[in-house]
Structures are given as structure tokens and as C-alpha cells.
Design a protein around this ligand. Structure first.
Ligand code: Z5A
Length: 236
């Protein structure tokens, strides 16, 4: 009988079904799409209905994961790099190291006690940025997702926005953009395409909201998606 080492590596499809949780919501999209404002509106809608809500973000969401976020994104006060550029694989593994901690320390305990969790980004971002953006193998990302995370949100609101509009909205916000924001437009075009492809493959979970509209319209569309998710969670 062949040992595990003799066997071909198992390929995991990035679109394979994983368990979803009805009270777990993620927000995805490019920069300037309005995730911060939408997250706040979703949190308020849930709180009005009497729910406990944990709002969190990735990379981050625990003290250790926030430190990893700093390693991944921060630049020095004068805009210079703090260390050598991480290899794409390093970047991916640090994203998943932060996520492993986030899931175990923040997300799972909150879901277990009956709270709703809203996360500004989750694993779909790794497929989009490290997979499509950096060109890493999506089979590897799927393996990490299955073995390290093992959970998908019940609802992902994808705030879809053209790259140029996103840049325009965030222009002048930070003196120095973070390490990933410094990428070129073709990187962000690939990221956007990957998010839309994932939404087309999982239309029930990933709901696309046109984020080029006025903020009130974007918020209203996202809240409508949340209300459907609240009904599903009641029925579950
Ligand atoms: N990343 C990764 O590579 N892999 C991963 O697995 C994960 C993350 C989890 C950090 O994310 C980076 O990590 C991110 C992906 C990578 N890098 N990039 N680029 P982040 O979420 O912290 O960074 P971000 O996406 O760049 O955040 P953002 O630019 O702050 O986006 P936002 O929260 O969607 O934008 P906002 O702050 O709500 O809005 C920005 C401005 O636009 C603000 O002035 C708003 O008033 C304005 N705005 C927003 N919506 C509208 C509308 N509809 N009309 C007019 N003005 C608007």
C-alpha cells in the first residue's frame, strides 16, 4: 500500500462547498467601496433587532492578528518600507495565520454564544488578492481555507466598484498608502474580476451590490441583503 508521501497531493477546488454560518456576514470589495459605512449600518440594523453584534476585520480582529496586520500592511511614518517585501507565499500564510487566530478567538466564540459577526473582509479576499492579484495557486488557498478555517459566511456582501472610482474616493486620505494599496491598477482589476467570478459561482452566498451609486443607495441594498439573511437565520 502506498504511504501518504507516495500519493499525489489532493487538489481542493476553490469552489467546493464548505459549511456556512447563518449569523456570519462578511463585506468584500476594493478600496473606497464603502465597507466601513456599510458595516456600521448593518451593525445598527442587527442591534435594533436586539442582537449582540461583533464587528471585526481582516487581517486583524484579535490582538495577535492585528500585529500580523501591521506586519502585512504598515509602512514607516516617512512612507518607507519597514522590512523587505514579503514573498507572495509569505503574504498568503500571514493572512491565514491571522485568520486562524481570528476564527478561533473571536468568530467561533461569538457565534457559539448566539451573536452575529460582521467581518470587514474574510477568505474571499485571499482568493482575490493573493490568488488573482499575486497569481498564487487557488488550490493551495482552498486547502488552507478547508483545513485552517473550515467556515464560510452565510452572507457575503460584495461592494463592487470600478478601480478608478475607488482610487478617486481614497485619494488624499492617507499621507502614505499601505503596502497593498501601492499596487498598480492591473492588480486591482484582477482582484475585482476574481470577486465577481466568485459571486457568479456562489450567487446565494455572495450578493453583489453596485457601490458606484450614492452611499445611501449602497447602504439600503446591503441592509436589504442582511434582512433576508436575518429571515434565513430565524428559520434555521
Ligand atoms: N487583504 C488581502 O490582501 N488578503 C486578505 O486575505 C485580506 C485582506 C483579508 C486591508 O484591507 C488590505 O488587506 C486590503 C486587502 C488586503 N488592501 N487593499 N487595497 P482594508 O479593508 O483595511 O483596506 P481597504 O479595502 O483598502 O479599505 P478602504 O479603502 O477603507 O475601503 P472601504 O472601507 O470600503 O472604504 P470606506 O472607508 O468606507 O470609504 C472610503 C471613502 O470613500 C470614504 O471617504 C467614504 O466616505 C467614501 N465613499 C464610500 N462609499 C461612497 C459612495 N457610495 N459614494 C461616495 N463616496 C463614498
Amino acid at each position: 500500500m502506498p504511504s501518504a508521501h507516495d500519493m499525489p497531493a489532493q487538489s481542493v477546488s476553490p469552489l467546493q462547498p464548505l459549511p456556512t454560518h447563518p449569523r456570519f456576514v462578511s463585506l468584500e470589495g476594493g478600496e473606497g467601496a464603502g465597507k466601513s459605512t456599510v458595516l456600521d449600518a448593518l451593525r445598527q440594523r442587527l442591534q435594533r433587532a436586539g442582537h449582540e453584534v461583533v464587528s471585526t476585520r481582516e487581517p486583524g480582529g484579535t490582538p495577535l492578528a492585528e500585529q500580523i496586520r501591521g506586519l502585512l500592511l504598515n509602512v514607516a511614518a516617512d512612507g518607507r518600507a519597514l522590512h523587505e517585501k514579503p514573498a507572495a507565499e509569505t503574504e498568503l500564510l500571514l493572512m491565514f495565520a491571522a485568520r486562524a487566530q481570528h476564527v478561533r478567538e473571536t468568530i467561533q466564540p461569538a457565534l457559539a454564544r448566539g451573536a452575529w459577526v460582521i467581518s470587514d473582509r474574510f477568505t474571499d479576499s485571499s482568493y482575490a488578492y493573493q490568488g488573482a492579484g499575486r497569481g498564487l495557486d487557488t488550490g493551495l488557498i482552498a486547502t488552507l481555507e478547508r483545513d485552517v478555517v473550515g467556515l464560510r459566511p452565510g452572507l457575503t456582501v460584495l461592494l463592487d466598484l470600478g478601480v478608478a472610482i475607488g482610487r478617486e474616493r481614497t485619494r488624499g486620505r492617507d499621507l502614505y498608502p499601505d503596502r497593498i494599496e501601492r499596487e498598480r491598477d492591473d492588480f486591482f482589476e484582477r482582484v475585482r474580476r476574481a470577486f465577481l467570478d466568485r459571486a457568479a459561482a456562489e450567487p446565494e452566498r455572495i450578493r453583489v451590490v453596485d457601490a458606484s451609486r450614492p452611499l445611501e443607495a449602497v447602504v439600503a441594498a446591503a441592509v436589504a441583503e442582511l434582512e433576508r439573511a436575518m429571515q434565513r437565520a430565524e428559520a434555521a
